[in-house]
Design a protein around this ligand. Structure first.
Ligand code: IPE
Ligand code: IPE
Ligand code: MG
Length: 258
């Protein structure tokens, strides 16, 4: 039985279909989705979660119709303008990850300001992934590692060194990833950071994902056995098994196959 995770990441999918089902424009779904962010942030805070990371806009979402992209940018700006005061009061620290250089200057400055205004908060760490792509994150990290030490060979780069240059360098990896909207894929979200994350998929559309749905996901997480490559027996007896290959391991021969 796992304890509560300290970091949950969510792919907030299904806004468009939520609206379509109700014969409403997709933008209405996005607005309801934004309102739900508020609700889930509150719920996360209430259960004592330390880190919540939300996928709001992928690096591929620019491919959507310009009207929809423009509405999403507007909602993001409005969210920042209306929520930061409350975040400050609630002790929430906001971070935005992704390539923000593609955003309008006003949006960029609101993001910078929101991060500055909440930088000293020590409660829930809320991270919004906007114009984020997992492949971009890894590539950017490799380039940053190389730029920071131009004399070293890439052969010296290891996972821990790379992780220090990811956009999530200050966050632990998520123990639980939730995707709403019924699809079972990662869609270029946290590729590196989810290597051992428990993946939870629900058919609920994001505007319908409420406190009870979050509680259900947490309960599901509580029942997972996290092996990290070990066997069940090792996990049960919490043996301090080697993490890396055993040197001088004897190879057993003569095992009958089939
Ligand atoms: C998620 O909802 C929000 C964003 C990707 C910005 P969608 O807009 O993808 O909703 P569906 O998948 O079309 O229903
Ligand atoms: C993933 O949803 C991105 C966000 C939720 C922000 P998409 O709706 O863009 O994913 P695909 O295109 O169906 O994989
Ligand atoms: Mg979608």
């Amino acid at each position: 039985m796992n304890t509560h995770p300290q970091h949950i990441a969510i792919i907030m999918d299904g806004n468009g279909r939520w609206a379509k089902k109700r014969l409403m424009p997709r933008t209405v779904g996005h607005a309801r989705g934004a309102a739900n962010v508020r609700q889930i942030v509150k719920a996360a805070h209430a259960v004592g979660l330390r880190y919540l990371t939300l996928f709001a806009f992928s690096s591929e979402n620019w491919r959507r119709p310009p009207d929809e992209v423009s509405a999403l940018m507007g909602l993001f700006l409005q969210y920042l303008e209306s929520e930061v005061a409350e975040m400050k009061a609630a002790g929430i620290r906001l971070r935005v990850i992704g390539d923000r250089s593609a955003f309008a200057p006003l949006l960029q400055s609101r993001i910078d300001q929101a991060e500055r205004d909440t930088a000293h908060n020590t409660g829930l760490n809320l991270t919004i992934a906007a114009n984020y792509g997992g492949q971009w994150d890894v590539l950017t990290a490799v380039r940053a590692w190389q730029a920071a030490q131009p004399d070293r060979s890439l052969q010296e780069l290891d996972p821990a060194a790379l992780a220090k240059h990811l956009s999530t360098a200050d966050l632990p990896d998520p123990e639980l990833l939730i995707r709403t909207g019924g699809e079972s894929r990662i869609s270029n979200f946290l590729l590196w950071q989810t290597a051992y994350t428990e993946l939870y998929f629900t058919d609920l559309h994001w505007p319908d994902f409420d406190d009870a749905a979050l509680a259900k996901a947490l309960q599901w997480y509580g029942q997972r056995v996290r092996r990290f490559g070990r066997t069940d027996e090792q996990v049960q007896h919490s043996s301090a098994a080697e993490h890396s290959p055993t040197p001088n391991l004897v190879i057993q021969k003569g095992i009958k196959i089939g």
